[in-house]
Design a protein around this ligand. Structure first.
Ligand code: SF4
Length: 402
């Protein structure tokens, strides 16, 4: 069995405790299928909600990520989310080769519950004309006349947030095709993008890379403060601060209370009042159960649990890539994309998304895929986090190129 599969299975065996968590387990669709009908069930615990910035609407603090393959006829994970009040689904035009959006369309048309769901999707086209084209395609694929929110996907350049795009967004809102607008970002200039957006009244929400490794990051905190002050709804993503190698580092987390590493770091993000919600790729019922259990439980992390996260962050610092490849790429003679490749390794090893990782790697330009025979020693020296880039690129070559 592969290392990542072992890791995910192990996660599945971690016990969750506490009254709310117990209720989630008892009410799980999977568990229910194995039980005989009993007394009428108590109402299910519901994921708490927070206001999402300028949208003036509330969303659950836990959001369902859509970067995975769903059942194209009816995906029961969507239904399980809805049972616990988790009604926000985060799609994108490119997720799972475009099939996430079609699965979403199939689900709500079968359930006839479009208006009780919040669907966000994203465009990889950042110019106004391409953005409009993608919105139209998403509406068709998701069989809906509107999306609750539409994002520029993985934005890295502030110049796309242009007056022309502002006019386009306004037109789409007036036409009732999108209700709210924003962008997602996870590259090296997240802080710059947040600060810039804080000055733009037409940006309603931002989904950005934020996890326990960054709590002391001064520039990011200032940018988050500015965006929050401007009433931009902040959504955290990539909250697991994941490492490029799962099994070894996972063992470094010393569970100090009732929450495992995956749950503890989510609770740490929710403890930040600037954050409205955190998105999670919950591709198994076990992950759904664990995350919902953490979300519905009102207790805060103890000091000892917080220290456990800090210790874990320190012990795994040399394994977690921040995507700042403007630092390490120039040190290598070939036009490689170290940050992206490290991210795909993480998808493969931490999230178990083998197919997605391969698909994304193969979408890189041919020159960026030429990992074998490239000398990464200088990138090792350049990385401020002490990441063994050469080692991970060799692993990526074996996994994705072979
Ligand atoms: S390997 Fe190091 S320098 Fe390169 S993107 Fe990752 S964290 Fe940044």
């Amino acid at each position: 069995m592969s290392e990542e599969k072992k890791g995910l299975t192990r996660r599945g065996f971690i016990a969750v405790s506490g009254a709310s968590a117990g209720a989630v387990l008892a009410h799980s669709g999977v568990a229910a299928a194995e039980e005989k009908p009993k007394e009428p069930e108590a109402p299910l615990p519901q994921v708490p909600r927070r206001k999402l910035g300028k949208t003036n609407e509330t969303v659950p603090i836990l959001l369902m990520g859509g970067s995975m393959r769903f059942d194209q006829r009816f995906d029961p994970k969507f239904a399980e989310c809805m049972r616990f009040g988790l009604n926000y689904f985060d799609m994108a035009d490119c997720y799972a080769g475009g099939t996430s959006e079609t699965a979403m369309g199939a689900f709500h048309t079968r359930m006839k519950n479009r208006d009780s769901m919040w669907i966000t999707s994203k465009s990889d086209e950042h110019e106004p004309a391409g953005f409009v084209k993608t919105v139209e395609q998403s509406l068709t694929k998701m069989k809906t006349s509107y999306v609750n929110m539409y994002f520029l996907h993985a934005l890295t350049d502030t110049s796309y947030l242009s007056p022309e795009l502002a006019k386009t967004v306004d037109g789409l809102k007036k036409a009732g095709k999108i209700r709210h607008f924003g962008f997602s970002c996870h590259g090296s200039n997240v802080a710059e993008l947040l600060k810039h957006a804080a000055k733009l009244p037409w940006v309603d929400s931002i989904m950005f890379r934020y996890n326990f490794r960054q709590y002391g990051d001064k520039a990011l905190n200032e940018a988050m403060d500015a965006a929050h002050k401007s009433n931009i709804g902040l959504i955290a993503m990539k909250t697991q601060g994941s490492e490029a190698s799962f099994e070894k580092s996972w063992k470094k987390f010393e569970q100090a209370g009732k929450w495992n590493k995956f749950q503890a770091v989510m609770k740490a993000v929710w403890a930040d009042e600037r954050i409205s919600a955190a998105v999670s790729q919950m591709d198994t019922f076990e992950k759904l159960k664990q995350n919902i259990a953490a979300a519905v439980d009102k207790s805060e992390l103890s000091q000892v649990e917080r220290e456990s996260i800090d210790k874990y962050a320190a012990a795994t610092r040399h394994l977690a890539c921040d995507g700042c490849d403007h630092i390490c790429n120039p040190a290598v003679a070939a036009p490689v994309q170290i940050g992206a490749t490290m991210r795909y390794l993480m998808y493969h090893e931490v999230y178990g998304q083998d197919e997605l990782a391969r698909e994304l790697f193969h979408q890189l330009p041919a020159s960026a895929k030429a990992l074998e025979g490239t000398d990464f020693a200088a990138a090792n020296r350049a990385c401020p986090n002490g990441i063994d880039v050469a080692h991970h690129m060799a692993r990526a070559a074996k996994l994705f190129v072979a």
